[in-house]
Design a binder for this molecule. Structure first.
Ligand code: C5P
Length: 217
């Protein structure tokens, strides 16, 4: 059971002097929270971190400081999230059964969510992702013209951690444009299941999100 932690984003929207994973959340860089939680999880045996270019060394030092003994490799991430995950996957050994992919930008990672996605695999499911119902009505638009109102009951907002049969993810994750790994597996014809998400798995995108996440820790 391997985890790939995608932490190589630039975080431009935060407007900081460093990549998002190294922005302060309390006393530690943002990356610390998800890394420590993955390391503490009984569901995870080993971790690969995808770090921003020139930040591999600080990522390794952080893992050592936190005593994260499951970190097996730290790779330099790529230009897109999909590239970073693929580069991380290259460090996962061929005999790995399951890969859990998580965004460092979602620090409030509860072990119960990891359990839900991992235990949802099997019985023909290639992947499992946490999802939440959509409270708002969602429209598809062209420019500022609404062209469709989507049936809300059929929509879910999906999060990470996402769990996959390792070989299926490896085969599906070609191309750079996937915004999540599930999309690549779906497009390759894989069966991906949605399990109950967690509203605390907020993704840090702007400075206000940092305050919201800090309040949840
Ligand atoms: O940019 P965004 O917030 O959508 O990124 C989601 C996750 O993917 C973040 O944890 C970010 O560090 C990671 N990412 C990455 N490599 C990239 C872009 C994003 O690992 N090139």
């Amino acid at each position: 059971m391997w985890a790939v932690l995608a932490a190589a984003g630039s975080g431009e929207r935060l407007g900081a002097d460093r990549p998002k994973a190294f922005i302060r959340l309390g006393e530690q860089p943002l990356l610390a929270e998800s890394l420590a939680r993955l390391d503490a999880s009984g569901w995870i045996d080993a971790i690969v971190v995808a770090a921003p270019p020139d930040w591999e060394e600080p990522a390794i030092l952080l893992a050592e400081e936190l005593g994260c003994g499951k970190v097996s490799a730290c790779v330099t991430g790529g230009a897109t999230r999909a590239d970073s995950v693929r580069l991380g996957l290259a460090e996962v050994p061929p005999d790995a059964a399951v890969v859990v992919v998580h965004d460092a930008a979602r620090p409030v990672l509860d072990d119960a969510v990891i359990e839900r996605v991992v235990t949802a695999l099997g019985n023909g499911w290639d992947g499992a992702v946490p999802g939440l119902p959509v409270p708002d009505t969602v429209k598809r638009v062209e420019g500022d013209r609404i062209v469709e109102t989507l049936p809300r009951d059929e929509l879910r907002v999906v999060q990470t951690p996402q769990a996959f049969v390792a070989d299926v993810l490896r085969a599906a994750l070609t191309g750079s444009d996937w915004t999540d790994c599930a999309a690549a597996v779906e497009a390759a014809g894989g069966r991906v299941r949605v399990v109950e998400g967690d509203p605390r798995l907020l993704k840090v995108t702007d400075a206000g999100d940092l305050d919201r996440v800090a309040a949840l820790l």
